[in-house]
Design a protein around this ligand. Structure first.
Ligand code: AMP
Ligand code: MG
Length: 415
């Protein structure tokens, strides 16, 4: 009996809990979620300062411009970013000022250096300047006492900059999960030697480590384990002690000639659930708690493993790490080619190239090779078209898409 994808997702997410909260150095928080609302204890900018290089002046000194066409003002000194505050001297004088410097006491505007005639010790201003012109007011970006970010904000580089700007050196966050990655299969090798007949190189561990790092978790490489009861038991148990979750690939298909199933059934106390999902690729999937740790059994086929990751592991990571939105949003794009298929009870996730047209519209090209061992073709893809059970779609139809990588250009690609 196949299980609808949504049911498997709910099954997994019901068994995933949010991790505990910690306080980390700002630089360690990229991609993590705040675990408390954060207030600003300081204003930004902290003082009135100039947005341009120019001359700080009193606008009242410019009253005569309308009568005389221009006004000459004496330059009494200069003030650079980082200098302590100064005051303007008597009326009719200005201070040279550099971007970011404190507005001098008595000044109420800054005229840009390129808007005046600069002479030896004076300037000539020939247009009126409004009070406040070119001044960045204290608190105009962030006012002290205001809320910076609500709880469960996913921290991007700009958020980290904001936090640093108001003096946060440490930030309360849901901690980063530690995910172990393991490859199972007696055919797998991971070194430079010549392959013996029947052997293949382990690719899943490397692509899964990369996709986990991309999902902002801490990755622990657990290596390859052969299909052998003792080795599997030892590897899974050792891993579970140290980690928040384990992602394995291989050994979950129906009729597999390996021991992964038996070992995991034993270690989970019979709680491991072996599923056949109503999707293509990534049909086989196993999930359960092994020694108290969520265990994701992904299929061995390299394409299936990555698709399975997107559908089942990534949302679980987001939930663990405190995100509010845990599913990747579906985009809408126009198909550049048809994808004829038959009703088979499955949702198809079609590897494809999502492109942005010059107009800004999204278009998507389904790739030719869709078999689950064809990882090279998948490496050309940055999206999965979601084809619900039915007859597929025609060229020009609007389809739903999950973006899985950066946009590709609209120009024809090499190779
Ligand atoms: P399994 O799910 O163990 O039945 O494996 C399905 C297919 O994926 C088989 O052809 C395996 O050889 C292949 N496979 C399993 N694990 C890996 C891996 N780590 N890297 C590359 N291919 C794999
Ligand atoms: Mg296998």
């Amino acid at each position: 009996m196949t299980i609808p994808l949504a049911e498997a997702q709910t099954y997994v997410l019901d068994r995933i809990s949010r991790l505990d909260t910690v306080t980390l150095c700002v630089d360690d928080c990229l991609g993590l979620c705040t675990s408390a609302p954060l207030q600003a204890e300081e204003s930004i900018p902290p003082f009135d300062n100039t947005a341009v290089d120019g001359f700080a002046l009193r606008t009242s000194d410019l009253a005569g411009i309308t009568r005389h066409g221009s006004i000459r003002l004496g330059v009494e000194g200069s003030i650079a970013a980082g200098d302590p505050p100064l005051d303007l001297a008597e009326p009719g004088t200005v201070l040279r000022i550099m971007t970011g410097a404190v507005i001098p006491g008595g000044a109420d505007a800054v005229v840009k250096v390129e808007d005046v005639l600069v002479e030896a010790e004076s300037i000539v201003v020939s247009r009126p300047i409004a009070p406040g012109e070119n001044i960045r007011q204290a608190g105009s970006d962030i006012i002290r006492g205001s809320q910076l970010f609500p709880t469960r904000t996913v921290l991007t580089p700009a958020h980290l900059g904001v936090l640093a700007s108001v003096g946060y050196s440490r930030v309360p966050v849901f901690r980063r999960a530690r995910y172990g990655v393991i490859s199972t299969g007696s055919e797998l090798v991971d070194d430079a030697r010549q392959l013996r007949p029947g052997e293949i190189r382990d690719s899943n561990r490397h692509s899964l480590k990369a996709v986990l790092a991309d999902a902002d978790v801490q990755v622990v490489d657990l290596g390859i384990v052969a299909d052998e009861e003792g080795a599997l038991t030892e590897a899974f148990l050792a891993a579970a002690g140290e980690l928040d979750a384990i992602v394995s690939s291989g050994g979950v298909s129906v009729g597999d000639f390996d021991y992964t199933k038996r070992v995991l059934d034993h270690l989970s106390g019979g709680e491991m659930r072996w599923m056949q999902l109503a999707v293509r690729p990534a049909k086989p999937f196993a999930f359960g708690m092994v020694a108290g740790v969520p265990f994701f059994g992904l299929p061995g086929n390299p394409v299936s493993a990555l698709v399975s990751f997107e559908l089942l592991v990534r949302p679980a990571i987001r939930k663990m790490q405190g995100w509010r939105e845990i599913f990747t949003p579906e985009l809408s794009a126009v198909a550049l080619d048809s994808y004829p298929r038959r009703r088979d009870g499955n949702i198809h996730f079609i590897r494809s190239q999502l492109q942005v047209r010059e107009s800004g519209d999204l278009v998507v090209q389904p790739l030719a090779k869709q078999r689950p061992h064809m990882l090279h073709e998948m490496s050309r893809s940055n999206a999965l078209i979601i084809s619900p059970d039915g007859d597929g779609f025609g060229k020009g139809d609007r389809v739903k898409v999950l973006q899985t990588g950066p946009f590709v250009s609209t120009k024809p690609r090499q190779g």
